[in-house]
Design a protein around this ligand. Structure first.
Ligand SMILES: Nc1ncnc2c1ncn2[C@@H]1O[C@H](COP(=O)(O)OP(=O)(O)OP(=O)(O)O)[C@@H](O)[C@H]1O
Ligand SMILES: [Mg+2]
Length: 334
């Protein structure tokens, strides 16, 4: 049970606090085999420094080791070796204080079906030693859109509502670090937006947020920094902008007014192909080719252009490029 004495909160830790909200060094985990199942080396030396105040995305294919990493921080899985600090507190030396500094929304929903959201939040607050006067049950329920379900049995909540209740549950002790393991899985688009708005609000108020998600466009939109994990290792870790800039690739798609039979000779020096008689796609590297050159080739070929569109590389391209390895046959995006 976490000790209430050294319970750091986002509010009282905001001005000071450590530079890194979470620091993980050479973290390794091998799950013991059982029966016919051989041992599984799930983490092969993870290093992560999660800056205070960031919204940090942990991405990777199924089985990459994201939940294992998070569950070690939560004290739910025992690591094999390595170190981890939460808010500057070593999880081995001061497990209770470390755990009090973090709120975790696990991937698996584990709510007692016979309690109401209000009871669940109150119970959790009691476990963390939050005095009655400091509890923010109603505010939390409102923030996650469950005010009108405050007194309904958890078993009568929909999947999306349960997940939102889990977020509120993780926040009852106002931890400076909130970790969300796939918080929006099964949450509909509208509610997902409101959940993200709440996450942003918490972040603005000083909470460092770490999340895993399979919705890459969401990570792209929400996270300032992203680490990509594959086969128990961090294969990329950078600001979202830098990560996106890594792919020096763009496409220009030209829709024509008239049919053409082949790629015009003016495009011989480019990687161009004719998708159909009226659609020409040119792939190029923005660092090496100017759009003006492409437009020049178009004019020289006398093409009658109906429409032009540019296709930018996105996080999905980066992700696939970094995780598409022969050994990742068990991986892939959901
Ligand atoms: N309790 C366990 N016992 C044995 N192996 C496990 C256990 N938990 C996880 N693993 C294995 O460890 C590896 C990493 O799993 P983990 O759940 O951390 O992946 P993940 O990145 O969270 O994947 P997902 O995106 O599917 O949630 C997988 O190969 C998984 O099968
Ligand atoms: Mg997982």
């Amino acid at each position: 049970m976490p000790d209430s004495v050294s319970r750091p909160t986002a509010a009282d830790m905001a001005p000071a606090g450590p530079a890194a909200a979470i620091a993980i060094r050479d973290l390794r985990k091998t799950y013991r085999g059982s029966g016919k199942a051989p041992p599984k080396e799930a983490l092969k030396g993870i290093n992560l420094t999660i800056p205070r105040g960031s919204i940090y995305g942990l991405l990777g294919p199924n089985g990459a080791g994201k939940s294992t990493t998070i569950n070690i921080l939560a004290g739910l899985v025992n690591k094999t070796s390595g170190t981890a600090e939460i808010w500057g507190i070593d999880i081995d030396k001061h497990p209770r204080s470390a755990r009090a500094a973090i709120g975790i929304v696990p991937q698996e929903l584990n709510l007692d079906p016979f309690f109401t959201p209000r009871e669940i939040l109150d119970l959790q607050a009691g476990l963390y030693g939050v005095p009655k006067a400091e509890r923010q049950t109603d505010r939390l329920l409102e923030a996650v859109g469950l005010k009108d379900k405050a007194n309904a049995y958890a078993r009568t909540l929909s999947g999306g509502m349960r997940r939102r209740l889990m977020v509120a549950k993780a926040m009852v002790h106002a931890p400076p670090v909130l970790v969300l393991d796939e918080p929006t899985a099964g949450v509909d688009v509208e509610l997902r937006q409101s959940l993200w708005a709440y996450v942003r609000e918490l972040n603005r108020a000083g909470t460092t947020v770490v999340l895993t998600t399979h919705y890459l466009e969401e990570a792209q939109e929400l996270c300032d920094t992203i680490a990509i994990v594959n086969h128990g290792q961090v294969v990329a870790c950078d600001s979202t902008a830098v990560l996106l800039g890594r792919l020096d690739a763009k496409e220009m798609v030209v829709t024509l007014d008239q049919d053409i039979a082949a790629v015009p000779t003016q495009f011989a020096g480019f990687d161009a192909s004719l998708d159909n008689p009226r659609r020409l796609t040119i792939r190029y590297r923005p660092t090496q080719t100017r759009v003006a050159d492409l437009l020049g080739a178009m004019a020289a070929a006398g093409l009658s252009v109906k429409d032009l569109s540019m296709v930018e590389s996105d996080l999905e391209d980066v992700f696939l490029q970094l995780t598409r390895t022969p050994a990742s046959v068990d991986g892939g995006l959901r």
